[in-house]
Design a protein around this ligand. Structure first.
Ligand code: SAH
Length: 389
């Protein structure tokens, strides 16, 4: 690992997205590993953190807020730390470079089409945000234009000009967000060009991703994380496996051919549709996906005494909930692989499972999915009884 990799970003202090902007990359890794070691000290040993060779431009999802300047230009950027003022950012070090070029083109086109950026204070104007998703393996690109109304003046000309400037764009979607909210996307997606989704490849499986579905932002590190998670599961080919908080089904579908039966549960209906589609897309016939709160689903499984051998869970930052964890202790699958994007809630949930359930944490590996930020991803293996995994 080279020693002195630095962010060198002129807007880092005002932007705030890269909380570790001032630290050399090796020091970031050291701190993240130490943080996980400390939080997991009561539970299990922690393997060295898996970092990136080249920690720049790793994000496959780029989100820009739009605003107007005095000269009538449309500018894109991020909210200044702690405010709702837009700080122009044109060459972010962690976002995909092609995505940034596309966003710059959208800004130019908006001006020449006389389409006004949305103004939060006056609740006037049309275009609020641009979201670009790039698929690392396939090169497909999805552009989501987030507008305050379901109209885009001269939309065919606009899309034609955008795709002419960037022929690598494979889909354009108009998303309607008419609410005063800090959520970027509204509920309604209107496809303007292409299928309205993109496909990426992870561990030789192809995944369709809809605009509203969650997808890990760092595809290279995601493959390393999934490989470790699947190795932790030590599947033999006969197990019933549950992928909880499964998103578009990525972890479970990558593990499916090694198990008997795969069930996935996820709250977001678009993601569940993607997961079911992705099973078919990859010829996986032993998988079923359900749209439901994961805690409710586990309670039902426990009440029905359904068998479960291995559980993957990958909850949001808030961690899992009491319903989920208590039902998990009742179902008592042989192995639990907990993937976490927040070591604090991970430690809280491990305390529950090891105190109230039959589990011991066996080992853990942190992954740096988000270089220059303070976010940490961790995979933990729990199994029943003594430390023997
Ligand atoms: N395992 C997937 C997704 C992880 S992100 C992957 O690696 O890509 C967490 C997922 O949990 C999101 O898709 C989110 O929509 C879902 N989620 C959030 N709260 C949930 C709940 N209460 N029940 C089920 N799924 C939930």
């Amino acid at each position: 690992m080279p020693r002195e990799i630095r962010l060198d970003c002129p807007v880092a202090a005002r932007c705030g997205a890269c909380q570790m902007a001032r630290l050399p990359y090796a020091e970031q890794l050291r701190r993240k590993e130490a943080c996980v070691r400390e939080l997991l000290a009561p539970f299990c040993p922690v393997d060295p953190i898996v970092g990136m060779e080249n920690p720049f431009h790793y994000r496959n999802k780029t989100h820009a807020v739009l605003s107007g300047d005095r000269a009538g230009n449309v500018v894109s950027g991020v909210y200044r730390r702690g405010t709702h003022q837009v700080l122009p950012v044109n060459d972010c070090r962690i976002e995909n470079e092609k995505a940034d070029e596309i966003i710059a083109t959208v800004c130019r086109l908006l001006r020449s089409f006389r389409i006004r950026p949305y103004r939060e204070d006056a609740r006037a104007g049309l275009m609020r945000h641009v979201l670009v998703r790039t698929a690392r393996a396939t090169g497909q690109i999805l552009v989501v234009l987030v507008a305050s109304q379901p109209i885009l003046p001269r939309k065919n000309d606009f899309v034609r000009a955008l795709v002419a400037a960037h022929p690598e764009i494979t889909s354009v979607v108009l998303n309607v967000n008419d609410r005063a909210t800090s959520m970027v996307l509204g509920k309604r997606d209107i496809p303007l060009y292409g299928p309205g989704t993109i496909e990426d490849v992870l561990l030789n499986k192809t995944f369709r991703i809809s605009p509203q579905s969650f997808y890990q932002v760092n595809s290279l590190q995601t493959e390393k994380l999934y490989k470790t998670a699947i190795a932790y599961a030590a599947l033999t080919g006969r197990e019933t496996v549950l992928d909880a908080y499964c998103g578009i089904g990525t972890i479970g579908l990558c593990a499916a051919e090694g198990c008997g039966r795969l069930i996935g549960v996820e709250l977001n209906p678009d993601a569940v549709r993607d997961a079911a589609f992705n099973a078919g897309r990859n010829g996986v016939r032993n998988a079923r996906f359900t749209c439901m709160d994961a805690g409710q689903y586990l309670l039902r499984m426990a009440a029905e005494r359904r068998p479960l051998d291995v559980l993957f869970l990958d909850p949001p930052r808030s961690g899992s909930d009491e319903n989920f964890l208590s039902a998990l202790c009742t179902l008592a699958p042989r192995r639990v692989v907990y993937i976490s994007c927040n070591p604090a809630t991970l430690a809280r949930d491990l305390a529950y499972l090891t105190a109230r359930g039959p589990y011991r944490a066996q080992r853990a590996t942190p992954f740096d999915m988000f270089p220059f930020t303070d976010h940490i991803e961790t995979a933990v293996l729990l199994s029943k009884g003594k430390a023997d995994a």
